[in-house]
Design a binder for this molecule. Structure first.
Ligand code: PMP
Ligand code: GLU
Length: 401
């Protein structure tokens, strides 16, 4: 007790995931009896479908409770290969595919496998909160590529080209995007795929929200538009969002064999196989009925439309229309400089604290995603909560003078 330990430099510089931290804060307040409406964490509020749960019960009953192959059970890998074939038209070998404890661990493994100290990884802004720390934990340097809401957060291809140098190892893509809900166009994906081939840099494409799209289009990533980029594309996906399985912790990846084998080696020395029961459940998610995904997407679309209507009715806010995922990324910067009593709102962190304490709603500050003008609402919560939460938000924001 009282010892001042010298922890690693690596961990000293590391901040906990702000999305999970905000969620924990909101849950703690709720436990203490405060009536909080939680728009913070991004996880579907739908229950995991029954047929997926049944597969897990069966796995337990049948004693499927031991270590499995580090990189996943063959039948799940087969289902993933089938999904990749449907998504991209490409055939992957079992050695080019692996299963991990969530998409997050896939990303962690990938950057541990491809990045050396000082290597650069291009990250479009706004970005999902965990990309920069995952790159930094591997010794890499995030290089940020800004984008603007006015043109739908489109990638600035010229700027991208200008950032590439001999240290550039990869670029991360996430479409539909967390936090903006934007999707890249086929033309943008084509451009990036060509740039990756030409410059021999990896595209790590985080397709975790692939099935949650409102624009009527099907799956799109650099491989689906330019299969020739296969040598440079690493796909990350999972069942957390599309099968409402966040707690089960199953993600998967597909990419060049050397990269996948390296990831498997890292996983064998860190976590071993992902949970055996959850793997059986994920298999049911990938191979079983898909109608629940359409139901879920339809509900997310209704909520998106409602939340946009409410936000657009408030003066001074700017909200690019999300085309997928379940987030509204709202520019609240016109309220910066205003105050509530003695509290001056000068950035997104103070705004989100104000909304939590005075408005009793939890949102995530845009600063966590690299753009301080914004706050993020996750509308993966019931319509009833959204209605009440929007009333609270409107009241709190109108109280700023
Ligand atoms: N990528 C993005 C963009 C996400 O929003 C998430 C959600 N946590 C993940 C990856 C990782 O998801 P999981 O680890 O639950 O598969
Ligand atoms: N991806 C979700 C979010 O952004 C879950 C939290 C996390 O994994 O950071 O809220």
């Amino acid at each position: 007790m009282g010892e001042n330990y010298k922890l690693s430099q690596r961990v000293k510089n590391l901040k906990p995931s702000p999305t999970l931290a905000t969620d924990a804060k909101a849950k703690l307040l709720k436990c203490q009896g405060v009536d909080i409406i939680n728009f913070s964490v991004g996880e579907p509020d739908f229950d995991t479908p029954q047929h997926i749960k049944e597969a897990a019960y069966d796995a337990i009953r049948n004693g499927f409770t031991k270590y499995t192959a580090v990189d996943g059970i063959p039948e799940l890998k087969k289902a993933i290969i089938q999904k990749f074939r449907e998504d991209t038209g490409l055939d992957y070998k079992p050695t080019e595919v692996m299963v991990s404890t969530g998409g997050k661990q896939c990303l962690y493994n990938i950057f541990q496998a491809i990045v050396d100290d000082g290597d650069e990884v291009i990250i479009p802004v706004p970005y999902w909160v965990s990309y920069p720390p995952i790159v930094e934990l591997a010794g890499g340097m995030p290089v940020y590529l800004p984008s603007e809401p006015e043109n739908g957060f489109a990638l600035d291809i010229d700027k991208l080209k200008s950032l590439i140098n001999y240290r550039t190892k990869a670029i991360i893509l996430n479409s539909p995007s967390n936090p903006t809900g934007m999707v890249y166009s086929a033309e943008e994906l084509m451009e990036i795929a060509k740039i990756a081939i030409e410059n021999k840099i990896f595209i790590v494409t985080d397709d975790i929200y692939d099935a949650i799209r409102f624009d009527g289009k099907g799956f799109e990533n650099p491989l689906s538009v330019l299969p020739e980029s296969r040598d440079w594309v690493i796909m990350v996906n999972g069942v957390s969002k599309t099968c409402a399985m966040t707690g089960w912790r199953i993600g998967f990846m597909g990419g060049p064999e050397q990269v996948v084998k390296a990831c498997s080696k890292i996983q064998s020395q860190s976590t071993s196989n992902p949970n055996s029961i959850a793997q059986k459940a994920a298999l049911a998610g990938l191979t079983g009925p898909k109608d629940f995904i359409f139901v879920m997407c339809g509900e997310f679309k209704n909520r998106r439309d409602y939340i946009l209507k409410r936000l657009n009715a408030i003066e001074g806010l700017k909200i690019p229309v999300p085309q997928g995922a379940f987030y509204a990324f709202v520019d609240v910067s016109s309220y910066f400089g205003k105050s509530f009593e003695n509290l001056k709102i000068s950035d997104s962190l103070i705004m989100s604290d104000y909304l939590l304490e005075k408005g009793n709603i939890a949102v995530v500050a845009g600063a966590a995603f690299g753009d301080d003008r914004f706050i993020r609402f996750s509308y993966a919560t019931s319509m009833k909560n959204i209605e009440a939460g929007m009333d609270r938000f409107e009241k709190a924001i109108k109280e700023l003078r």
